[in-house]
Each structure stands twice: as structure tokens, then as C-alpha cells.
Unconditional design. Structure first.
Length: 167
């Protein structure tokens, strides 16, 4: 299979990053996020996982149209799951399974990142702005609870579980 990146002709300055604007009404957030979800749906239906979805990789034109940018870490996945490095996705948008060290994952990593984007659009600031992977993981665990076997079978077997969950 061959991957080709198509760069549409965009006038210089036509698009700007969504990042940086902090005041948005609910309708703007809904409009932006719906476009992100539609873009992700398109990617995932074509077996492409972005692996670096974040606010600064969303481009917004004057009409409010969103383009998902920077597919440099994107991969095509077959048979439903990737067996790849977990050192992808900008730390603030990285899902717990990657922080815990799994190397087998799928498009759900993009879904987690999209959720972080939604929170950032609503709050005007990042949801888990940790300075390290450990700090990000602890912020997630403090907010949502630490994973356990009952909720997430085999999570305790992940490479970084013991280190990140020590008292």
C-alpha cells in the first residue's frame, strides 16, 4: 500500500491554528469539534491513525472550516491494531494506555486526544498540562481515577503500571 500526502493549494495566511483563542461560545466549540470528529471518522474508516492530534494541529479558516494537519506520525493500521512505539502523541494529549507503556493500540488513541481537545476548547486551557509523562499520568488518575483490574483487565501487566502507580 502506498501513502500519498496531498497538500491543497492554500493561500498564505488563509488558515491559522485553532490554538491561542481562548474565548469561544458553545456553538463555536460544537462546530469545531464536530468537524474534528468527522475528520477523524474519515481517517479511521480508511485505517489511518493520526497519532499526534492536538489543538495546534487543527487549522481554521475565516469561514470556520477546520483542517486536521501534521500527519507526520500517522500510520495505516491493519487487522484493527498497531504494534508500534508508544512514544507518540504530544504528552498533554497522550492516552493512559500509552503512558502505561503499551505498544499495541488502535484509533482509540486519537479519540482520547480528541476528548482532550474538546476539554481545552471549553476550558481555554489544556486539561492535563503535565511537565512529564509521570505528571500527566498522575493528573489523569487524580481526575478520572487510577486504572484497576476490575475496570481495565490486564492493566497491571503494562510495562509502566507499577512505576506510575506506586504510593
Amino acid at each position: 500500500m502506498e501513502i500519498r500526502t496531498k497538500y491543497p493549494r492554500l493561500k498564505r495566511g488563509r488558515y491559522k491554528n485553532v490554538e491561542g483563542r481562548t474565548e469561544r461560545c458553545v456553538d463555536q466549540v460544537k462546530c469545531i469539534f464536530l468537524q474534528v470528529l468527522r475528520g477523524l471518522d474519515y481517517c479511521h474508516k480508511h485505517n489511518v491513525v493520526h497519532r499526534d492530534l492536538k489543538l495546534s494541529n487543527l487549522l481554521l479558516d475565516k469561514l470556520g472550516h477546520i483542517k486536521i494537519a501534521d500527519f507526520g506520525l500517522a500510520r495505516i493500521y491493519k487487522e484493527g491494531r498497531l504494534n508500534q512505539t508508544n512514544r507518540v502523541i504530544t504528552r498533554w494529549y497522550r492516552p493512559p494506555e500509552l503512558l502505561l507503556g503499551t505498544t499495541i493500540y488502535d484509533s482509540k488513541v486519537d479519540t482520547w486526544s480528541a476528548g482532550c481537545i474538546l476539554a481545552e476548547l471549553i476550558r481555554g486551557k489544556a486539561l492535563f498540562p503535565g511537565e512529564s509523562e509521570t505528571e500527566v499520568y498522575r493528573m489523569i488518575a487524580d481526575t478520572l481515577g487510577a486504572p484497576c483490574e476490575q475496570m481495565w483487565p490486564a492493566c497491571t501487566q503494562l510495562p509502566n503500571y507499577a512505576q506510575l502507580n506506586e504510593a
